[in-house]
Design a protein around this ligand. Structure first.
Ligand code: DC
Length: 227
């Protein structure tokens, strides 16, 4: 038994395998799994439902200040509540994914989301995944992993994920959408997607989920031994 409950930060682009790996890792460690993309997705859904343009910074900010986002851990994934309503499925729809970039680029919106994420993770015992966990949310995390995979593989994974929701999308469209989102996530001024200097790189292109979890557990052991 470890005395201190740790903070594990996992960052990487869409489809790199973060969510499934982070969730299984959290289960192995008896930790809470936190998917920070769900915060930006829930806000984006609220923006779309309110008829506010994602580019309307002032109104988006007002919504960010007023909404309640709750993540409830479940065995298969986090259940996401937006103002008390279950939006777990709705936030994964392509209309949300495609409207998210201008919202997640807003620095004041990000400050609100980061506060919420820190409040949940501050006592440790979390595996938190996103784009800026190791760089901004918890730069003092006990272990940082940066996950990567080829664009083709990531598009294929996204296609499978959507198929389980009954949504059929062709692979080339998904490839282009992911490339566009990578571009935006990596080049935005505030909290861009990037590997922290002290993060361990994990390329998952030809790895199974189980191998990814084992890789991180080994990286954790190594890190703890060197402290
Ligand atoms: O991980 P995801 O695909 O659910 O994330 C959706 C979007 O949210 C992604 O395009 C970028 C944004 N995001 C972010 O800016 N910072 C995070 N920590 C997590 C997600």
């Amino acid at each position: 038994m470890r005395e201190r409950r740790l903070i594990i930060a996992i960052d990487g682009p869409a489809g790199s395998g973060k969510s499934t790996t982070a969730r299984l890792l959290a289960k192995r460690l008896g930790y809470t799994y936190l998917d920070t993309g769900a915060f930006y997705r829930a806000l984006t859904l609220k923006v779309l439902e309110s008829g506010v343009s994602p580019d309307d910074g002032a109104n988006v900010l007002q919504l960010a200040e007023s909404i309640q986002i709750e993540l409830q851990p479940r065995a298969d994934k986090n259940r996401v509540l937006l103002d008390g309503r279950d939006v777990t499925q709705a936030i994964r729809e392509p209309r949300v994914t495609n409207a998210i970039s201008p919202i997640s680029e807003n620095s004041r919106v990000r400050a609100i989301m980061v506060d919420k994420q820190r409040a949940i993770g501050r006592n440790g015992g979390v595996v938190m995944e996103g784009r800026d966990i190791g760089t901004v949310v918890f730069p003092e995390a006990d272990l940082k992993i940066f996950m990567q995979a080829s664009l083709d593989e990531r598009a294929r994974r996204r296609q499978d994920e959507l198929a389980t929701m009954g949504i059929a999308r062709d692979i080339e469209t998904l490839r282009q959408e992911i490339a566009r989102r990578d571009q935006k996530d990596s080049n935005r001024k505030i909290a861009p997607l990037m590997q922290a200097a002290d993060a361990v790189l994990l390329d998952t292109t030809s790895m199974t989920i189980e191998q990814q979890v084992e890789f991180i557990l080994e990286a954790l052991e190594k890190k703890l031994k060197t402290r």
